[in-house]
Design a protein around this ligand. Structure first.
Ligand code: G
Ligand code: G
Ligand code: MN
Length: 543
């Protein structure tokens, strides 16, 4: 009967309609897991290569320095230099002198090192005199990387041994055990080292990355099963959600008007979607030349009615709710889009971003920065990421890893509010940052309080020794500018120069103080220093 057919058809349609969201969800989940897996292994491979380049680069610089100091033999004073080099170059296991016949004559650890057999060797781009080798040490079959370059007298060779594990520290994005396998090879294919579980997974996500400079390549494998297992919870949640959605569809119309309006986290979320978080720029000035070197980016909440809310009112909540990560991505994109054109002709400008402690828990900030700035006019080397000393980090080890990975990309890392926190010098030393920003409380006390003055001078010495830049913060008057210059500080920011400015005002400021030499250079007014309190002590700049 046709009415029975109709009923059957209705049931079939009902079943299909209930199953469709589930099937779609399953497809979506598979695709999501696949993309996430592929992304994760690629990020891990890039990370390993970045780390290796940074550490090997540091070591070859150290070898160059040792060579420049005339070290060429096993004389005691030469060994002394090798020892102090090893002290400062942390990834190196030993520095040694190799004779013309390839035998190791001595090392900083002692006079008679064991056998070292060269297993493989490759060139270093741009360094015809140097090489990267894989060597086997002693009878224990232990393999090390060895960097070499000639001594300046020519007969002997200077070498540095590095344990490959140090270049291969595997990381797990989730913080649990390492489930991926990492393998590093030299240009010719010789295996330098492996990390992670030994068994070869049958079906894996695979990615590789290569260091052109050192001819090293890294391959990362992650079993597909691992990734899918990680998402089993997600899958069952999905089924529950699909069921709940069916129920909700009925009740939704009734529930809709009663949406929470006064939940501040929801407010922030909505403001984020509406693009209400905007960057302000506080110029950082070179106080020896009065030129703008860049800016610190400070977030503001610009409400539709025009009111501006300072970060103190929403950053803590953004951090505790986890929204801060998306807010920072939004802020970085805004700076990229707003400053991109001005930067083309001013590649020296640097932009500093304030990060939160949670950014140093895992690698996601590294991937974000790359994704946002790679291929834009703002180069990665123009970015400074600031880590405040005010709030303690929960995991120093992972922070150090994230900092090294950022530096591997060429990004500079600064420690902010130095002196305002409780962490002290050991913190700065352990993190290996590039820049220290001296907190306003020390700048205020400069000249009045001899302790503060001594601390600033100590920080300057420390910065000089560790080759870090220094920026003075919260500079409010002219006497302070003079006092800072007397102490050799070059960079400063503060109300004496400019408060944090909206993008358009900052662009006008750089255009006025540092006009781009365009078609009619001759008719343009000469570049002039900031027409602010800086002018008197500096005098007019030569045009
Ligand atoms: O802009 P100032 O004027 O009010 O900023 C106060 C503090 O807010 C700064 O010291 C900084 O620590 C924090 N802050 C400003 N902008 C940001 C931001 O983009 N991200 C984070 N995490 N903190 C910020
Ligand atoms: O991230 P950090 O804590 O360094 O942020 C700088 C903060 O200091 C921002 O809130 C900014 O508005 C503020 N600021 C910048 N220059 C001055 C200054 O000269 N004096 C004072 N009191 N605050 C400043
Ligand atoms: Mn800051």
């Amino acid at each position: 009967m046709s009415s029975r057919v109709y009923k059957l058809a209705a049931v079939a349609v009902g079943v299909l309609m209930a199953a469709a969201p589930l099937a779609v969800f399953k497809l979506w989940l598979d695709d999501y897991v696949r993309r996430e897996g592929a992304f994760e292994v690629q990020a891990a491979a890039n990370h390993a290569v970045g780390l290796a380049e940074q550490r090997l680069g540091m070591t070859i610089d150290e070898l160059d320095k040792v060579a420049a100091r005339g070290v060429a033999s096993c004389r005691n004073d030469h060994l002394e230099v090798l020892r102090s080099a090893n002290f400062s170059a942390s990834p190196v296991k030993e520095f040694s002198i190799i004779g013309p016949d390839g035998r190791t004559l001595c090392s900083d650890l002692g006079a008679a090192p064991g056998e070292r057999a060269v297993v493989a060797s490759g060139p270093i781009a741009g360094r015809a005199d140097a090489a990267l080798e894989l060597v086997q040490v002693g009878s224990r079959q232990e393999r090390f990387l060895r960097l070499r370059r000639p001594t300046i007298t020519g007969a002997n060779v200077l070498a540095a041994l590095l344990p490959p594990d140090l270049l291969l520290t595997p990381i797990s994005a989730a913080g649990g055990p390492v489930l991926s396998q990492t393998q590093m090879r030299l240009a010719g294919g010789a295996i330098v080292g492996e990390a992670g579980p030994a068994a070869l997974p049958t079906e894996s996500f695979v990615a590789s990355a290569r260091s052109e400079r050192f001819g090293l390549s890294v391959m990362v494998l992650l079993p597909r099963s691992v990734k899918f297992r990680q998402h089993q919870d997600l899958e069952s949640i999905g089924y529950m959600i699909a069921g709940a959605m069916a129920l909700l569809l009925f009740g939704f119309a009734a529930l809709r008007p009663r949406r929470t309006r006064d939940n501040p986290v929801v407010e922030i979320e909505k403001a984020l979607k509406a693009g209400e978080f905007v960057p302000y720029y506080q110029p950082v000035i070179d106080i020896t030349t009065a030129r703008i070197r860049g800016a610190e980016v400070l977030m503001r909440w610009r409400k539709p009615d025009g009111t501006i809310i300072p970060p103190g009112h929403f950053i803590p909540l953004a951090e505790s709710s986890g929204l801060i990560a998306e807010m920072m991505r939004h802020l970085m994109r805004a700076v990229r889009d707003e400053m991109g054109d001005a930067v083309i002709d001013r590649p020296f400008l640097r932009f500093g971003f304030n990060l939160s402690a949670c950014h140093f828990r895992d690698d996601s900030i590294v991937a974000d920065v790359r994704e946002i700035f790679e291929g834009s006019t703002i180069r990665l080397a123009q970015l400074v990421l600031e880590l405040t000393e005010r709030h303690p980090l929960d995991n120093l080890t992972s922070a150090r890893r994230v900092i090294a990975a950022l530096q591997g990309l060429g990004v500079k890392v600064a420690i902010d509010d130095v002196g305002a926190g409780h962490s002290g010098l050991s913190y700065i030393l352990k993190l290996g940052v590039d820049i220290i920003k001296i907190d306003k409380i020390f700048i205020d006390a400069l000249g009045h309080d001899s302790n503060s003055t001594t601390i600033i001078e100590t920080l300057m010495d420390l910065a000089r020794n560790l080759r870090m830049d220094v920026i003075a913060e919260g500079v409010e008057n002219f006497e302070q500018v003079v006092a800072l210059r007397e102490r050799g500080i070059r960079a400063a920011q503060g109300y004496v120069f400019a408060p944090p400015l909206p993008g358009s005002a900052f662009l006008q400021l750089i255009e006025a103080t540092d006009p781009v030499a365009s078609v009619q250079e001759a008719t343009l007014p000469a570049r002039r220093p900031l027409a602010l309190p800086l002018a008197p002590p500096l005098g007019p700049r030569a045009a």
